[in-house]
Design a protein around this ligand. Structure first.
Ligand SMILES: *[C@@H]1O[C@H](CO)[C@@H](O)[C@H](O)[C@H]1NC(C)=O
Ligand SMILES: *[C@@H]1O[C@H](CO)[C@@H](O)[C@H](O)[C@H]1NC(C)=O
Length: 755
């Protein structure tokens, strides 16, 4: 199984360097393939369990309770309760539908009964020790309720309470509208629309269990506040030691007002509000008086100041650190243009976000003016500051703010300076890849050299990509794609990802269900120290026997790991001490026919190097360069038209930097055309089973597939892979038969024949 995975990796993901064809844009994208690529069937036998979904689909929201060991999944008309350790068990479910009259109204409004007019559960937030707050779209009539789970470690209660509360301002009407919500201190902060058409979108705070009058929001239908926003995430982050300064941050993308009236450009934003904002007294009643927003930039600097922008925020992850005021913010951004499609991950510090909010305001004098930096007088207290009883007794509430402050806030929501990413560029880019990145979660992993932030990325085609960005001693950063896992059986966008650091597990949902993954699969990287080291996975190290999960020192004896450079020379005993190079396998080819010598690099190896020591006593060992007749392919060496001089000892070495390892050796013997005896035909079936003589053509006949080394390479690789699986089963048989075969060959080719 590991074998199969390795071969697939080699076939499908060569390092690629992409150079888009455009005059203004000359960025070169150097992207390497993943160290490990596992198909859905490879994964099934690994540390994975999955839940095929109940009856509904649309599993957009997950809530994991690490301590009590349950996971909630919101779907269409249902909430499911599963055991995170045994996802394959059926679990329990509650049916929660929309009221029939709302379904009917939804249908009459022209919406689809199947994909709109149902209760799509969009929100599951912890409420108190015993209850979870849940909201659903209720057939375009959002509704919320409390889910009773009980507070104990034994079997959860799992009952939905009635009556329902209105979900307006808490949950979108549509099952597909991007949306965010966070329940904190009994209040729900949300970014959602509050109308059937999805036109009236706002950032709300509503009191859970409060009256429906009890809310505060951004101004309606004012594009300076929000302009067709798509909400991505929201987080409560303290600003100082004073709880008065606590703020909630919102992340979204929207049509950029500052880009000009006719420019439909989208910008990504971070916005914030004070938790203690109660709105204005005479003006801005029930409206935020502390709402500010700034542009989030994720771009790759180019020559002559021409940057490549990844403008559209897709997901955000706030990585908590020891300092609660300063988590690290990870964002996934995308871009799609006629030139290229790409995703990037950028990292932001809270310091840079705060700096933008403390910087100058953007200003527009009137409809016919351009956006400029505001250079006028800024009223006191500075707009955007939270009122504080302790520090500013004159302004204990936002209702005490001077009119001057409130009217400044009506006109200035946007900051002039954007928030730039740490390092001035993305930590990871995937350009013109077969997939776009849609979700991110980040795990800070203690490794031998210190902590690494490992990214787990969810794609739009059902994959989870694990990556790490490494900063070298010279300050350069290197992105390493460690794994690419196909977690769902057919391509489908990843909808939600939840990390359980305590359980060392990742939960991934899509329309097709839920999958639980371990965070590492070290054993797949290979079975010796060099492979393990070259993989550079912070979760893995060589323990002297196997490649296995790394535990920080103190818990285990010395472990070998080198994430920064992946240098096996420094970590592993030299290969001479390791296993002896493999014995040469005999291969027979017929003159003028083709032969294929298989050899695949291990996951961590960048490429292959072939050498041949010709049988001709005068010939010296030489490296094979490849020409029209001899082709070096990812899965091996193809000699298209054999000549007698090709006989010799062929060695294939896996190569990673200066480190090379003998992978396989073949002793090729080219049989002159005339020398095949008539006995051969009768043994044909047996011959084929026994591997040599193997011709490239045979391979295809064998598999019944077309394609050649050129255009059909992928197909060819796929075939090879299936063949490999079948061959593995035959391997034992082959080994037994090898001695018999040798004897038989000797009969055919008496003295002077192959060894
Ligand atoms: C949690 O909230 C629910 C719903 O309001 C309430 O019935 C329950 O008593 C609360 N539990 C605790 C422990 O406060
Ligand atoms: C060698 O190639 C010829 C022509 O392509 C074919 O007819 C013949 O069967 C091949 N021989 C073997 C042993 O594959």
């Amino acid at each position: 199984m590991c074998f199969a995975a390795v071969l697939l990796l080699v076939c499908l993901l060569p390092p690629a360097s992409l150079q888009p064809q455009t005059g203004t844009w000359t960025q070169t994208w150097t992207q390497t393939g993943p160290r490990l690529q596992l198909s859905h069937s490879d994964l099934k036998t690994g540390s994975v369990s999955s839940w095929k979904g109940g009856v509904s689909g649309g599993y957009q929201v997950l809530l994991v309770d690490e301590d009590r060991g349950w996971i909630l999944v919101g779907g269409k008309d249902h909430i499911y309760l599963l055991d995170p350790d045994r996802l394959d068990l059926p679990g329990r479910r509650i049916r929660w539908t929309a009221a029939p009259e709302n379904v009917e109204r939804c249908r009459l409004a022209g919406k689809s009964l199947e994909s709109d007019c149902a209760n799509f559960v969009r929100l599951l937030q912890p409420f108190n020790k015993t209850h979870v707050y849940a909201c659903g779209t209720g057939a375009f009539h959002p509704q919320c309720s409390y889910l009773h789970l009980g507070g104990h470690l034994e079997e959860p209660v799992f009952v939905l309470s009635h009556p329902l509360e209105s979900g307006r301002g808490k949950c979108p009407f549509s099952p597909r509208e991007p949306f965010t919500a966070r329940l904190t201190d009994g209040e729900l902060y949300s970014g959602t629309s509050v109308d059937f058409m999805g036109a009236n979108a706002a950032i709300f705070r509503t009191a859970v269990q409060g009256s429906s009058q009890d809310y505060i929001r951004t101004e309606a239908f004012d594009h300076n506040w929000l302009n067709e926003p798509d909400f991505v995430g929201s987080f409560s982050i303290p600003d100082t030691h004073s709880p008065d300064d606590d703020k909630v941050y919102f992340f979204f993308r929207e049509k950029a007002v500052e880009a000009g009236q006719w420019d439909r450009r989208v910008h990504s934003r971070v916005a914030r509000v004070c938790k203690n904002d109660v709105g204005g007294k005479r003006s801005l009643i029930n409206r935020w008086t502390t709402f500010l927003k700034a542009r989030l930039v994720c771009s790759v600097p180019g020559p002559a100041g021409v940057d490549t922008h990844f403008d559209e925020l897709e997901d955000i992850f706030v990585l908590e650190t020891k300092d609660p005021q300063n988590p690290t913010v990870y964002g996934v951004f995308s871009t799609s243009s006629s030139i290229f499609r790409g995703s990037a991950v950028c990292v932001f510090s809270m310091a840079s976000i705060r700096a933008a909010f403390n910087g100058p305001f953007a200003h527009k004098e009137g409809p016919d003016y351009r956006w400029v930096e505001y250079k006028g007088r800024i009223p006191y207290p500075r707009p955007g500051t939270c009122p504080s009883e302790t520090y500013d007794p004159q302004h204990q509430s936002t209702q005490d703010f001077p009119d001057e402050v409130v009217s400044f806030m009506r006109q200035h929501q946007l900051m002039w300076e954007p928030v730039l990413p740490l390092g001035g560029r993305p930590v990871l880019t995937r350009v013109n890849a077969p997939y776009m990145i849609r979700r991110v979660v980040v795990d800070r992993v203690e490794a031998e050299e210190g902590p690494y932030d490992v990214l787990h990325l969810g794609t739009d085609d059902g994959k989870v990509v694990k990556a790490v960005s490494v900063i070298k001693d010279n300050g350069e950063t290197e992105e390493i794609i460690l794994e690419e896992l196909t977690v769902f059986q057919s391509p489908t966008p990843i909808l939600s990802m939840q990390l359980s650091t305590k359980r060392h597990q990742l939960f991934v949902s899509s329309d097709l269900g839920l999958v639980q993954l371990g965070l590492q699969r070290c054993e797949f990287y290979g079975s010796d120290c060099a492979d393990c080291c070259l993989a550079r996975d912070p979760y893995c190290s060589w323990d002297g026997q196997t490649c296995s999960r790394y535990f920080p020192p103190g818990k285990r004896r010395a472990r070998r790991q080198d994430v920064k450079y992946g240098d096996p020379w420094s970590q592993c005993p030299p290969p001479e001490d390791g296993p002896a190079p493999p014995a040469a396998r005999p291969v027979y080819g017929v003159e003028a026919n083709a032969t294929f010598l298989e050899c695949s690099p291990r996951p961590a190896q960048a490429g292959l190097r072939w050498t041949v020591q010709p049988d001709d006593p005068q010939g010296a060992e030489r490296q094979i360069q490849g020409d029209g007749r001899v082709l070096q392919m990812k899965g091996g060496l193809l000699i298209q038209v054999l000549v007698p001089g090709d006989s010799g000892l062929y060695t294939c070495r896996g190569q990673d930097g200066s480190y090379s390892q003998v992978q396989v050796r073949y002793r090729l013997r080219v049989v002159p055309t005339g020398s095949l005896g008539p006995a051969r035909g009768s043994n044909h079936a047996l011959d084929r089973d026994l591997d040599p003589p193997r011709s490239y053509k045979d391979l295809h006949l064998d598999l019944g597939g077309p394609g050649g080394p050129g255009p059909g390479l992928d197909q060819y690789c796929e075939q090879l892979w299936y063949r490999e699986r079948r061959q593995k089963q035959k391997l034992q048989k082959l080994l037994k038969q090898e001695s018999r075969k040798k004897a038989r060959v000797r009969r055919h080719f008496p003295p002077g024949g192959p060894q």
